[in-house]
Ligand binder design. Structure first.
Ligand SMILES: [Mn+2]
Length: 320
């Protein structure tokens, strides 16, 4: 299988299952590979790359990462993945990720891989804004209109705007069933070729309606904590977290969601303020967090911990 594809083209794409990641994968496939049958898509998240079965990949695979950040709660997990890929004889071709360039540089240094030899290297969010933007600048003006629309939709989705031609399908179809990777696979393959959805995709999109309603219901649980912070109870059921954030940011600059996840113990605190580093504040307050400077995720055992986390953020805001 590997021999059939062009040199310097990935046959394994490790993708974070965000719209930025999936749309980037569809665009990469269209632009660089042509035929999605030659690619295997692995959907993951930074904090569960240890679940990837590298041993099942075709021999001498060429690997690309899209939208995958270093697991900053457990960097060793990312290092182990890279080392395993290397040890099994595969080659990492590129890392298209805008989360944190320095984190990636450190990981590749530890793994003794020259980052500068990659065809696409990690960048920083303030300069690029999304993985799709990294790909777009890499491809330059060689892309066709369809690829451009895929990349623009991915970039917009990363800024929480899903209301683009492709963005809506990727966001709604996957949010309706977040655990179903075959659905993500289908969407990436389909839209790498087709401009319009098929019957299957339209049916998935319909499943999103109750989630949309739940998101609105959770918006009603709004509690004002302070002038800057508001809180929402997400234990009421599956909602669209990114849509909730984007709507809540219209009310307050710092948004706290609790009751997330299977056991309702998940908390996500986000902000649109450039000068507030939630990840750092909570790390310094001894929470075991993952995420990005502007959005941190963690789990709590009791509401006292939730209160303490919010206080830590408020304390920092008061110092500004
Ligand atoms: Mn992204």
């Amino acid at each position: 299988m590997v021999n059939l594809i062009r040199e310097n083209v990935a046959n394994i794409l490790v993708i974070v299952a965000s719209s930025d990641g999936m749309l980037g994968a569809a665009a990469y496939t269209r632009q660089e590979v042509g035929n999605s049958a030659q690619i295997r898509y692995i959907f993951t998240e930074a904090h569960r790359v240890n679940e990837i079965n590298v041993g099942s990949w075709p021999k001498n695979s060429k690997v690309g990462f899209i939208d995958l950040a270093v697991n900053n709660a457990n960097r060793f997990m990312t290092i182990k993945l890279i080392n395993k890929i290397k040890k099994l004889g595969h080659e990492i071709l590129f890392v298209a990720d805008e989360h944190d360039k320095d984190e990636w540089e450190n990981v590749f240094k530890v793994c003794e891989i020259d980052l500068n030899k990659l065809t696409i290297t990690p960048e920083n969010r303030n300069e690029f804004g999304s993985s799709c933007e990294i790909l777009k600048r890499k491809f330059g003006d060689t892309i066709d209109e369809h690829t451009k629309e895929l990349l623009d939709a991915g970039h917009q989705a990363d800024q929480l705007n899903f209301e683009t031609k492709f963005g809506e399908y990727f966001n709604q179809c996957t949010k309706a069933n977040p655990r179903d990777d075959s659905r993500k696979d289908y969407l990436v393959r389909h839209f790498s070729v087709h401009d319009a959805p098929d019957e299957t995709i339209l049916a998935w999109k319909k499943e999103y309606l109750p989630i949309q309603l739940k998101t609105w219901e959770i918006l009603e649980t709004y509690q004002e904590y302070s002038e800057e912070i508001c809180i929402f109870d997400c234990s009421r059921g599956l909602c669209d977290v990114s849509d909730l954030f984007s709507k809540a940011y219209k009310i307050k600059p710092v948004v706290v969601l609790y009751g997330l996840g299977k056991h309702n113990q998940g908390v996500s605190i986000g902000t649109y303020r450039e000068d507030v580093n939630i990840l750092q504040i909570l790390t310094e307050a001894n929470f075991c967090v993952s995420g990005m400077p502007k959005k941190a995720n963690f789990t709590i055992n009791n509401y006292g911990d939730l209160g303490y986390a919010i206080q830590a953020v408020q304390f920092k805001l008061n110092q500004e």
